[in-house]
Ligand binder design. Sequence first.
Ligand code: ZN
Length: 154
Amino acid sequence: MNIGEKSVVTFHYTLTNSNGEELDSSAGRDSMKYLHGASNIVPGLEKEMEGKSSGDKLKVEVQPEEGYGEVNPQMIQKVPHSAFEGVPEIKPGMKFQAEGPGGETQHITVKEVTDDEVTVDGNHPLAGQVLHFDVTIEDVREASEEELSHGHAH
Ligand code: ZN
């Protein structure tokens, strides 16, 4: 069966950046599963999965606009230390979750800490990056009614 709307796809992947550094991989872990056509994975990868079938291997290069977006400078902000009340020590590289304006979960990374303020970055860690996916498709099946109504694979 070929991947199309309402397919549930199981695949293994390795994600590297343009410098060839591995960012993420499912090797040695459970494979990934997603519902095709439901925006469960980045658009640039989903597009290339279309029509493929079990056993296919593909290499996909995804530009930021079809990946995790460009870096939005407005998402990089300076906030007072008081914004981190209850956190004993703020250090660059620390990650927090916050609620965005629309109630969505935002991932925030601490970029810089000075005596006066903390610079935080709410961009996705992979924003602005060209993504290189190495994908092996393991299985393609039809989605169940329940999966379709939930908008994700089970
Ligand atoms: Zn569900």
